[in-house]
Design a binder for this molecule. Structure first.
Ligand code: CUK
Ligand code: CUA
Length: 672
């Protein structure tokens, strides 16, 4: 790694951009040569650069980069061998000082991982380091195995949150106390429909969804450190405010909105409108600043306009100052929400204490991640080969926002996301290079901007990484042992399964700092994942205390616990009946019940078991009814019994030797 070609001191901005451009066109030429090599002379003529993008990067170029690295990977012979956990692993003999990531049958993983599921709309729970998928938590999607969206409670929650049939979950965030994960809640965004959901980690169940007013698309989502006073949501797409048909032809009036949400009530407290598109957010560790990457400061609506300038900006929101402005009534109310003006021209941004500071950073930055010690916010360049290091303390003292950037190492092509160990290192995913780079944060601050001196090593990943996450790296106590890279493409790593491939999550051990090519990083396993998780967050198992069975007190007053004794049917009026049933191995509290054609049936079912893991389900054929009841849980469902006949209600979970016989019979009598 040569560190001399750029070490001529502080480069000017234009020079950084120019050298990035040179680098990229060289890279482009290499990739084209490689692709031509593989595909032969008859291959499609390779589309070259999108001229207006400045750096010449388009989706197609990203894809080519991946293909080419794929070729390199197989040349280098990175062949894995099968392991018994559904992934592939390198032979453990070559990893003498890497702790075993294999978790033997019957033993537990050390960490939980929570993966966003992308447009599957869910959150997946993984065991780390085995990378076994432990369960899935449906959030924005209906899900059959857990009956989510089928019972009245979860069905109404989804309905009230916009009644969409899907969501695009990107950024899971865990609640904190004193900057440490407290195991209470997980929050996650829906990029597609502008929502934020809360998952209760006692039951691993979504318990609230907010359809954020005034925004289209919530991208960044995080809690405020250190004590989860707010959940923050970044509205990404610029749109008229309110978006009711006004200003459609005047994009200069479009805004994007930053929202502060109360984590308990899940209501929006206030919003700040800003210039440019808000992207991803992270909180400092003291509860003052919220940093957000942002692109399209040009405020264009077409890609050429959005990428025209060499600079965009990171927004630093002064949260207590914004709260003060709200308390002082300095807002306009839009759809019931106080909206504070944080655009560039706003009077509230003039003077010594602007509500929102605009920190110029190179071209379309992506993501901010705050270091575990709270000193820096690190912003990836995406279309620039650098990351920018923002000194958080300087945000409150330095009058020139540009001067809060205290380091700007050049790390490689397409830097997207950064994560941390407990020893002062950053690990950044390089989307175009298809690598992870390990670097020394303080060294990067000390060395000249644009230098590569802080780089400690790089490792190839397969292929094209997006998010990267190390255990507990978003809290004040990173563990510094395991890191996961969420690769968008798997290409040739697994058996082909048709044209939509799985993603590939790779596990890397980072516990050894070594003076070698990778800086000690060791790739230990590959894992195919269903498309497509964006981000992950991992926490030590002892920080969570999930319930083994339901505590009926937790839903007292909302749903009635139905014992065997109070199972029964009651007619409420001419067209409404109430059916209450217990369930246990291997019978429902009612062996049969009769309703009339056209009745509305209000059914409540309790699983009265106290033994963990004995689940009963309630399926009613031809009525689209599907409940899943964990021990001591109660669910309600309301449906119409429209067609006369006999309907066998059956249990969907294999609960005992007499599971098949666990039935009830609904008789729907003709109304005459
Ligand atoms: S974004 Cu997907 S790779 Cu939504 Cu976190 Cu950067
Ligand atoms: Cu209860 Cu099967």
């Amino acid at each position: 790694m040569s560190s001399h070609d750029t070490s001529e001191g502080e480069e000017t901005d234009t020079k950084t951009e120019r050298s990035a451009e040179t680098l990229l066109s060289e890279h482009e030429a290499q990739l084209n040569a490689l692709i031509a090599d593989v595909q032969g002379p008859d291959a499609d003529p390779v589309e070259t650069q999108l001229p207006n993008l400045g750096l010449g990067l388009g989706r197609r170029d990203f894809m080519k980069a991946g293909a080419a690295v794929g070729v390199l990977g197989s040349v280098a012979g990175c062949a894995g061998q099968g392991d018994s956990q559904g992934g592939t692993a390198t032979p453990s003999s070559s990893h003498g000082d890497v702790p075993d990531h294999f978790v033997p049958p019957g033993e537990h993983d050390k960490y939980y991982g929570f993966w966003s599921g992308g447009h599957s709309g869910e959150v997946r729970v993984m065991g780390i380091p085995s990378m076994r998928e432990l369960t899935r938590i449906p959030v924005f999607n209906r899900e059959c195995a857990k009956g989510y969206g089928f019972d009245d409670g979860t069905g109404e929650m989804l309905k009230d949150a916009g009644d969409y049939t899907w969501g695009d979950s990107h950024h899971p965030s865990l609640s904190e106390t004193d900057g440490k994960y407290d195991g209470e809640y997980l929050f996650v965004n829906d990029k597609a429909n502008g929502r934020v959901a809360r998952v209760n980690l006692k039951y691993f169940e979504t318990d609230a969804i907010l359809d954020v007013p005034n925004v289209q698309s919530v991208h960044g989502c995080c809690i405020q450190s250190p004590d989860t006073e707010y959940v923050f949501a970044n509205g990404e797409f610029r749109a008229p405010l309110p978006n009711d048909g006004r200003d459609v032809d005047d994009p200069s009036k479009y805004v994007s909105l930053f929202s502060a949400i109360d984590p308990e009530s899940m209501d929006v407290l206030w919003q700040v409108k800003v210039s440019g598109n808000l992207d991803i957010a992270d909180s400092d560790k003291d509860g003052r600043w919220l940093l957000s990457s942002s692109y399209n400061d040009e405020e264009g609506v077409e890609i050429e306009e959005m990428t025209r300038d060499d600079r965009d900006s990171v927004k630093a929101f002064d949260v207590p100052a914004i709260q003060k402005a709200v308390d002082a009534g300095k807002y306009e109310e839009v759809n019931g929400v106080p909206v504070v003006d944080g655009t560039r021209e706003s009077s509230l941004n003039k003077g010594d204490n602007p509500l929102v500071r605009y920190i110029p950073t190179p071209k379309s930055p992506h993501c901010v991640e705050v270091t575990p010690d709270g000193k820096y916010g690190i912003v990836a360049g995406k279309l620039s080969p650098t990351v920018s290091i923002i000194d958080i303390e300087k945000l409150g003292t330095e009058p020139d926002p540009a001067k809060t950037i205290v380091g700007q190492p050049k790390l490689g092509l397409g830097p997207l996301h950064t994560t941390y160990d407990d020893r002062g290192h950053g690990y950044t995913s390089l989307f175009i290079d298809s690598q992870v780079v390990k670097w020394d944060i303080e060294k990067a601050v000390e060395s000249p901007k644009g230098s590569e001196e802080a780089i400690l090593g790089k490792i190839d990943v397969h292929y094209n990484p997006g998010h990267i996450q190390a255990v507990q790296a978003m809290s004040v106590e990173p563990t510094g042992d395991w890191l996961v890279v969420l690769n968008k493409l798997s290409k040739d790593r697994f058996l082909p399964v048709g044209p939509i491939h799985p993603d590939n999550d790779q596990l890397i051990y980072i516990g050894n700092d070594k003076d070698n090519e990778t800086g000690g990083m060791e790739l230990v396993s590959d894992h195919p994942v269903y498309p497509e998780p964006h981000d992950a967050i991992m926490v030590h198992k002892d920080k969570l205390d999930p319930a083994k069975i339901w505590d009926a007190k937790d839903y007292e007053g909302e749903r009635e616990y139905i014992s065997e004794k109070n199972s029964g049917i009651e007619r409420l009026d001419d067209s409404t009946v109430e059916v209450n049933m217990s369930s246990k191995r291997s019978e429902f509290g009612l062996r049969e019940f009769t309703v009339k054609e056209g009745d509305e049936v209000q059914m409540t079912v309790t699983n009265i078991e106290k033994s963990p893991d004995i689940i009963h389900g309630v399926a009613i054929p031809e009525h689209d009814i599907n409940l899943a009841l964990a021990p001591q849980d109660t669910r309600e469902v309301t449906f119409a019994a429209d067609d006369p006949g006999v309907y066998w209600i059956y249990c969907t979970y294999f609960c005992s030797a007499l599971h098949l016989e666990m039935r009830s019979r609904m008789i729907v009598e003709p109304r005459d």
